[in-house]
Ligand binder design. Structure first.
Ligand SMILES: [Zn+2]
Length: 399
């Protein structure tokens, strides 16, 4: 395996990466605003499509019912094996520009860091993948299989109008996949899922001057929320850690002088691989309600799961994992660690739906994703582009 990654063809492809081009591609993609919510990916799709076109690679725009565009491009022939590279073209909103030290859509390079909305999450990684394609084209190497780019819409708000559409249209049929979310060039092999639980406390309205005649639903909810962490099971996953729970959104009451008869809270319960049964996630929360009722029988609280997203776990010993590990080691001198993602990414569509061996591998850190002054080190962008080129050539073969 290591021999493949260090083959003359793989060396040639990595050497074909042009660092200035990686920076320019990133800047062009950042300048094509695609904030989600609030915008579309059309401009960014246009930029990526034009860059591919300049390399002599054709691409196709795929839209779901909502009209949001994802771009699919295929390098190489129609033979197997095939390797998908997935990245999303939307970003979270930039927020107030005055919270940034340089304009969020300028992509300024300061002290080796490229700054902008999407620098690491994930227009930088998309640019690195495009630069890898450019490098392979430049060398004149013919890939032994197909390297497929899936540049998707709408990842930040659950991917339902992006990678999910690609899955539904049968686009996710590759032998392996890389999802380029920022992993600091570590190998992401698992991610947490999530359950959105709505808790509703029911009380009894009364005149605000006579609260003893009513049951205060906000007070009932408070009793529950203060003990919320007791509703978590004592389990842990080696890569993604423990499940978490967070009371995210609250509503209750009708007027300042009325005892509230209702209070509801949206709870964000993150699940780890192995937690597949919604009822088992709710059970300890229900037990918590019972325990509160033992002391406060007036508490009435029901729980409902409104959305469920499975956690995902990919095999650590797949061929794509081995190739990716060796390619990163070849570029950085260090064998990357296996890591887990605390958040949800589009990797779950490849792992859970399409059943494709997948790794999450990209430059930059999730620590700075979604923040003002989001940045990525230019050095890491270039290392990622070189690693992607090396992986494509090693995984698919080339002559
Ligand atoms: Zn992302």
């Amino acid at each position: 395996m290591h021999a493949d990654v260090a083959s003359p063809a793989a060396d040639l492809a990595a050497a074909g990466v042009d660092p200035d081009e990686v920076v320019r591609f990133t800047q062009e993609l950042i300048a094509a605003r695609s904030e989600n919510p609030g915008g579309t990916e059309d401009e960014a799709v246009g930029v990526a499509g034009a860059l591919l076109n300049d390399m002599g690679v054709s691409s196709e725009v795929i839209r779901g019912e909502a009209g949001r565009p994802s771009l699919v491009a295929r390098l190489g022939g129609t033979d197997r094996p095939t390797l998908a590279w997935n990245g999303h073209l939307d970003t979270v909103p930039a927020g107030a520009p005055d919270t940034w030290s340089s304009p969020p859509f300028a992509g300024a390079v300061v002290g080796g860091r490229l700054i902008g909305r999407g620098a690491c999450d994930m227009k930088g990684p998309v640019a690195a993948a495009l630069a890898a394609v450019a490098a392979i084209r430049r060398t004149g190497l013919e890939l032994g299989g197909g390297f497929h780019l899936h540049l998707a819409a709408d990842e930040e708000l659950a991917g339902l109008h992006g990678t999910k559409i690609l899955w539904e249209r049968g686009v996710l049929d590759q032998d392996a996949a890389i999802v380029g979310e920022p992993s600091d060039l570590a190998l992401g092999l698992a991610e947490r899922g999530g359950a959105w639980v709505t808790a509703t406390a029911h009380g009894r309205a009364a005149h605000g001057s006579q609260p003893h005649l009513g049951v205060n639903a906000i007070t009932s909810m408070a009793r529950f929320l203060l003990r919320l962490s007791e509703g978590l099971p004592d389990i842990e996953h080696p890569l993604v850690g423990r499940p978490t729970i967070n009371a995210a959104l609250i509503a209750g009451g009708s007027a300042p002088n009325v005892v509230p008869d209702r209070c509801s809270v949206d709870i964000d319960r993150r699940v780890i691989p192995g937690e597949t049964d919604p009822e088992r996630v709710l059970a300890p929360l229900r037990a918590l309600v019972d325990s509160i009722r033992a002391e406060h029988p007036e508490v009435e609280l029901d729980l409902q799961i409104r959305e469920w997203t499975d956690a995902a776990e990919a095999p650590a010993d797949s061929r794509v994992a081995a190739v990716a590990r060796a390619a990163v080691a070849a570029e950085t001198g260090t064998v990357p660690a296996d890591v887990g993602f605390t958040g949800i990414t589009d990797a779950r569509f490849y792992i859970n739906q399409a059943r494709i061996p997948t790794v999450i591998l990209g430059p930059g850190s999730l620590q700075v994703a979604h923040t003002a002054d989001e940045w990525v080190a230019v050095e890491d962008l270039v290392a990622a582009a070189r690693a992607y080129a090396r992986i494509a050539v090693a995984f698919l073969g080339a002559a």
